[in-house]
Design a protein around this ligand. Structure first.
Ligand code: NAP
Length: 280
């Protein structure tokens, strides 16, 4: 059987490493292929997934919002977010899922356990921020403040998700971070600030002195494992969670949808860890 990841660029993706490890560990005879796809080839790539030897695919940047029209059905979170990160081939019918939401929640639970989310702050207004806001709403946040450099995008995000999320959503500019963090319990970096090889690899998306020990600080950036934000958060006494756990959890949920088997999470995490170290 076959699976693929569809996106561009894909050179730094660690999904092939941990999904291949998962198939091997679970005794599933399947390959996981890297399909770096040009926009004008997207429809053809999706159509190819209908063949009987395909379990499905992952979809990543920049196509998560663009694949919906090529699919037959959208499930739960994929429909609320209008973004798909996992496609399942159900005997020729293509069904779109979004496992970023459940992946984020499972990752968050490794730090929060049974604690409530309380007041949450999400930095960013792209696809990752949307998934985090929906997830925090589902986890019963008292309120989610959405802070973005371009405030207009935060306003649009809150308007788009207002119906799907029961918690009040508050759009703000990034300059409101100090005020928003004062009473917050959970803060999520869903910007690309801190990403290895990016333009802001050494930066932190908020004033470091706004961090405090009452916070759980989640950085969705998965490479490096310890971002400048996580270092500053640990120094302030906050609890921290890096992006690799969510990356593996969203992949584990995809694996379970494709195979119907329980994902070998520890093996996937180890494979992701060594692939991330190798990609540095
Ligand atoms: P995206 O749609 O491109 O959004 C990028 C966000 O970062 C925007 O809100 C943008 O603000 C903000 N930003 C970029 N440079 C900035 C700067 N210098 N200062 C302040 N804000 C800045 O990206 P995405 O797909 O949502 O991904 C965001 C991050 O999450 C990436 O690092 C990605 O790798 C990570 N991610 C992780 C997982 C995981 O499983 N761990 C899953 C998905 C994504 P503007 O709107 O003002 O441009």
């Amino acid at each position: 059987m076959r699976c693929a990841i569809i996106g561009k660029p894909l050179a730094h993706s660690v999904s092939p490493a941990f999904q291949t490890a998962a198939f091997r560990a679970a005794g599933v005879d399947a390959t996981y292929e890297r399909w770096e796809t040009e926009p004008d080839r997207l429809a053809g790539a999706i159509a190819a997934l209908r063949a009987p030897d395909f379990l499905g695919a992952n979809v990543t940047v920049p196509y998560k919002e663009r694949v919906a029209p090529f699919l037959d059905d959208l499930r739960d979170e994929a429909s609320a977010l209008n973004a798909v990160n996992t496609i399942v081939n159900d005997r020729g019918r293509l069904v779109g899922h979004n496992t970023d939401v459940s992946g984020f929640l499972r990752a968050l639970d490794t730090v929060l356990h049974d604690e409530p989310v309380g007041h949450a702050v999400v930095l960013g207004a792209g696809g990752a921020a949307r998934a985090a806001v929906l997830a925090l709403g589902r986890r019963g946040a008292i309120e989610v403040a959405v802070l973005n450099r371009t405030e207009r995008r935060a306003i649009d995000l809150c308007a788009d998700l207002a119906e799907a999320v029961a918690s009040p959503l508050m759009p703000l500019g990034l300059d409101a971070a100090r005020r928003a963090l004062r009473d917050a319990n959970v803060v999520v970096n869903a910007t690309s600030v801190g990403m290895a090889h990016g333009p802001d690899a050494d930066s932190i998306p908020l004033p470091p002195d706004a961090l405090h020990e009452g916070l759980v600080v989640v950085d969705l950036v998965a490479n490096p494992l310890e971002t400048p934000l996580l270092r500053a958060a640990a120094a302030a006494g906050a609890r921290t969670l890096g992006g690799l756990t969510m990356l593996v959890e969203q992949g584990a949920a995809a694996f379970e949808l494709w195979t119907g088997l329980r994902a070998p999470r520890e093996i996937m995490f180890e494979a992701a860890l060594s692939a991330t170290a190798g990609a540095r």
